[in-house]
Design a protein around this ligand. Sequence first.
Ligand code: SF4
Ligand code: SF4
Length: 588
Amino acid sequence: MSHDTAPLTPMTMSTLLGRIEHEWSTRQKIFDLPSARIWQPDPDVDLGFEFLGRPCATPVGPAAGPHSQLAENIVLAWLGGSRLFELKTVQVLDDLEIARPCIDMQTIGYNIEWSQELTVPQSLTEYVKASMLVEMLTQWEPLADHLHNDTGDGPGSHVFDMSVGYDLAGISGDKVSRFIRGMRDATDEIAALRPQIAEAGGSFAALADLDFSTHIADTLTLSTFHGCPPEEIESITKHLIDEHDLDVIVKLNPTLLGYETVAGIVNDELGYRDVSVKEQAFADDLQFERGIELIEELNEYAKQRGRRFGIKLTNTLVVDNTRGFMPDDPMYLSGAPLHVLASTLLDRLATALPGRLAIPGHDGDVMVSFSAGITKENLPEAIAMGVNPATVCSDLLKPGGYGRLAPMLKALTAAVRDDGCSDLASWKQLRQAAAVDAGFATACAQHVADIRGDGIESYHLDGNSKLPREVDNDLQMFGCVACNFCVTVCPNDAFTNIRSLDGMDGRQQYLVFSELCNECGNCMVFCPERGDPAMIKPRLYTDRALFEARDGQGFLVDGGRVVDARADDESIELVGRLLASDAGNPLG
Ligand code: SF4
Ligand code: SF4
């Protein structure tokens, strides 16, 4: 497919509001998430915590990545119960072409998708748009019963955490500085977006005058390149504190553990013998002893200026691309093995920094955020380690997608309640006391002993080598086994489904919003039929310029009708009739 235009074109506020209204009234879904997957707080268990001093109603959210780039990604994650949003990293080089496919979730999870795909100003608009949409949905009457529990508790507070990369020159330049200032005071963005609310019409028009928060974010997670020198990390953190008055989290690499430890865990203990850990990356990256000094120094620097400091565990692990599914080398490993590495690193850091980290048993002031192979099964154990929050990426790329968040929160709620607690803070202390009784220094040390001991199976190759299901059939534009995987595994909600017309094969028909598809490849990995759904299923366009700039089949849609197409007459007629059907026209 030719690409003279950006692969990702965000939908306007009015289009998104139109979609919400239409999907809710015709199928009780929002951006394809069914109402049953909307998180409702438990009346007896408070999952709230403080993120760098800011209240946050749940300790879960999307990690900076494909689930926190577009406004609808963020809304979907919020509906699922996320309350801490690590927004996708922005950087000065915002017109890079990322090779495709860029995500490989066949087994544990790899990617080459290391950079934003929107321009920096587009990212600002998307984050402000997301913040406004969340505020509107909180007030939107049709959703009220789904967001509130019987005792009236509602969605609670959330926090947007910015992420910038990757070096001081880029971060201190005009483009990124304007972005940070815009996130701190979004008055102008809100004024530009507000008219689209009335334009969308319907029940949202009544919310056009809402007093939207202009303060989108004042915390930031720093992402640096592998090999970034410690002095550079230090300078950037100080710049962000001094110039922008931000609380800052520094994302650390698993390479801090050293090559022997990492290769020993990944290749030997966990059995991933075909994973080729890049030894050179360890020599180039921050070393453990210097890392310890840096955490101490930067925490002190922030404290002296009335700011807070935290660390995030961890970045992905750089490995050789030996799989050949994605075009670039190296690639970045995530998922189950990264969970073991990040937990082990937290244990090492806690031991080397007694009383410094804000985890039970240490009770220091360096907050620890965690993102590494979080699943419904291990979320309670991760939170018991004391991390705030635990953010998710790989798991949300599996069938169920954003719909996997609410069950995760239910599992955490059940763990807290089953231990007789009613809030996270007291439960963590209880878990810490139980770990000490069992002979461990911390709940973290106990978790590490478990996942590298009796509980290793969930992280071992043997528990993570099952490939997605396949059926012996070539995928066609219309009709398929209708498993719905393409809808749920797409981080951008670029797929939607419409009930089949009489006489069509399959229960549902699947269509692609081309503007939202960045050809990441994830739906192709999970589609059981042979072929790439993103290229084979009808590709809808709303933008004529984009439609004309691309090749391959496509349907230009305006006002719910096909106004131009590159397809045979029968396909054009079928897409037109699908869009005109009762629950059709997904564009509102
Ligand atoms: S439709 Fe498929 S290829 Fe496109 S963004 Fe979604 S998952 Fe990726
Ligand atoms: S296109 Fe593939 S993934 Fe999507 S519903 Fe059909 S069979 Fe499932």
